[in-house]
Design a protein around this ligand. Structure first.
Ligand code: SF4
Length: 605
């Protein structure tokens, strides 16, 4: 279905950093309702469900809440969106009246504390998910604040939490900003249910069950409060986590196993109360995923937005081709949120989406991404039984023999996208797994010659073996080999192209000496790294558990740069000069937001 945007051309207000085509004010009839006038325009006398989000309302499939809104709409429910409501008055929450079924709440595409603070605990001035890009339109711990607001506005209305903030805080967790173990967010928000991970199936099931008066607790991929633990693993309790830092590692690894094997519920006691985390549902199949991405997204910010939304401008012409990531990197929330099991869209569905994009009034001719968490894992699949898998990663320490790659098919897909009428360029902004790319020399040759477009993001993350092991990243020699081949293939193709390596400082286990070693490697190459992020202990990850526990996965003590001073010093070693004096900018990748500091340009490879 074609996007429903009008063709009215407007001044530069909606233009995206000089890369966009003509700006347009989209027709609000193409969006889900946000107020009573919109309800009346649709002939609705009420609403079934409201979805509250900490982000601006952007009708694009890369934005979770609007995507769930479209899924619920397609299932026949009357849905409205409340974006970035004021939290000191209920006016925005009640703008469409009391919903008949429930209220879904998400802090937005990022954990609100990650959105607001840098890795050095400094307040950010920018927010890529807000019109105009300025900070301050959502509260800290937004899921809890919005829940309180909804409970006051609509007493007794069921509240369902979702999104990354709720997902990664579903069990008791370490909170870097308060430096303590917090309870499950379900208890702090006093919500009725928490859906973790990608919740398209779950939220439709919740709506159906509430509509028919049935209970919602035993859904797959949910967390609920119970009188007693369910049969299955009992995680260390909230009290045990507070008295024994190492217990957080046991709890986090148990949750990670549950996400992969989907075998049994996990329970956790919190001071006389118990939460139960049910196993995730099977990942969506290709046909289900195709149906979701065929929904009529406008790819525009809502016309009420009072400025361009930077995050939209970054992803407007991108296409999600694959979900899930087999990497299992210890610092990444993906494995515990989306899961390691891969699910790819069909080529036909991707080509249909691209064809629709070319009809958008602001279309520029460039598809900026055909990817996902790991673009070159599109079409890959496990030929064994993930439910009995004992590995923590499909790619580390080496590629699992049961993972069947499809990089040749991915290259053909990119070429077919290039062939869609109206498409001039295709790029892969989400980057690729360089260790996986080395498995297929023909793919690498074609990809480097045709789809890099100047810069290619790769993520070696570090260069010291023991740090890489803790990260679950492959050996640095693989990156060195890849960099050499990338340079050769670029020269063969007559292109001046750059690698942009993503690197982490102050990772648990990393010392000043390790950072000096890494910095020295780049200095010898005459290469100033462009994307360096100081490790941020985000809730729920395995790396954060190591940070808190001060030991590796086997319980051996490791050095942890805990204080801001050492963290800044480690970071400064790589970015050059003294300690960082600038606020890191928000930058976006398929894996979420990073607080990277751009410090220079790598040499041509
Ligand atoms: S068997 Fe191999 S490919 Fe399959 S889930 Fe386990 S590690 Fe991944």
């Amino acid at each position: 279905m074609a996007p429903r945007s009008s063709k009215r051309v407007t001044p530069a207000r909606n233009r995206g950093r000089g890369r966009e085509g003509p700006s347009v004010v989209p027709d609000r009839a193409g969006f889900l309702p946000v107020n009573r006038r919109d309800l009346a325009a649709r002939g609705w006398d009420g609403i079934d469900i409201i979805l509250v989000t900490g982000d601006a309302y952007v009708d694009h499939p890369a934005f979770g809440v609007p995507l769930l809104g479209r899924v619920l709409e397609a299932a026949g429910y009357r849905v409205g969106i409340v974006a970035q409501p004021r939290w000191n008055v209920p006016d925005d929450i009640v703008a469409m009246g009391r919903p008949r079924l429930f209220c879904g709440i998400s802090a937005g595409s990022l954990d609100s504390m990650v959105a607001h603070y840098t890795a050095f605990r400094k307040r950010r001035r920018d927010d890529a998910y807000t019109p105009g890009g300025g900070a301050g339109r959502r509260p800290n711990r937004a899921a809890i604040v919005y829940s309180n607001l909804v409970r006051q506005a609509f007493p007794g209305l069921p509240i369902v939490l979702g999104g990354i903030e709720a997902s990664m805080r579903r069990c008791a967790h370490y909170d870097f900003w308060s430096d303590r173990i917090r309870r499950s967010i379900l208890l702090d928000a006093r919500a009725d249910l928490l859906l973790y991970g990608m919740s398209e199936r779950g939220i439709v099931e919740v709506a159906g069950r509430i509509d028919s008066g049935r209970g919602i607790e035993d859904l797959a991929g949910a967390t609920y409060v119970s009188d007693a633990p369910a049969p299955g693993p009992l995680l260390p309790s909230w009290e045990e986590l507070q008295s024994d830092p190492k217990a957080l590692l046991d709890a986090t690894l148990a949750v990670e196993r549950q996400v992969l094997r989907a075998d049994a519920p996990c329970s956790q006691r919190h001071a006389g109360r118990t939460i139960v985390v049910t196993p995730p549902p099977p990942p969506l199949g290709t046909a289900e995923l195709d149906r979701i991405y065929d929904l009529p997204f406008t790819r525009d910010a809502h016309p009420d937005c009072d400025g361009p939304v930077p995050a939209l401008e970054m992803v407007r012409w991108s296409v999600t081709a694959v979900r899930g990531c087999g990497g299992g990197c210890s610092f990444c929330s993906l494995a515990l949120h989306q899961g390691r099991r891969l699910c790819s869209r069909s080529e036909a569905s991707i080509l249909r989406e691209v064809a629709r994009m070319t009809g958008h009034p602001a279309w520029t001719g460039s598809v900026t991404d055909v990817g996902g968490p790991t673009a070159n894992l599109w079409g890959a699949r496990c030929t064994s039984a993930p439910a009995s898998c004992r590995r923590s990663s499909c790619l580390f320490p080496a590629l699992c023999p049961h993972l069947r790659l499809a990089q040749g098919d991915y290259l053909r897909l990119l070429r077919h996208v290039t062939g869609v009428p109206g498409v001039r360029h295709v790029r892969v902004a989400s980057g690729i797994r360089h260790d996986v790319a080395l498995q297929d020399p023909d793919f690498l040759r074609g990809f480097v010659a045709e789809f890099v477009g100047g810069q290619l993001k790769v993520a070696p993350e570090h260069g010291v073996a023991h740090v890489l092991r803790l990260m679950r990243k492959t050996d640095f020699s693989i990156f060195e080999r890849f960099a050499g081949i990338f340079g050769e293939r670029s020269r063969e193709a007559g292109r001046e192209q750059y690698l942009v390596p993503y690197l982490l400082s102050a990772f648990p286990g990393c010392t000043m000496e390790d950072m000096r070693h890494l910095a020295e490697w780049f200095r010898r190459q005459g290469w100033r790294p462009q994307q360096v992020q100081c490790f941020l202990p985000t809730p729920g990850t395995v790396a954060t558990a190591m940070f808190h526990a001060g030991c590796d996965l086997e319980g051996r003590p490791i050095h942890v740069a805990r204080g801001d001073r050492e963290r800044e010093d480690q970071h400064a070693l790589l970015v050059g000069g003294s300690r960082p004096h600038r606020q890191p900018r928000q930058t976006l990748s398929r894996k979420g937001l990073t607080g990277a500091v751009e410090t220079g340009t790598p040499p041509p490879s």
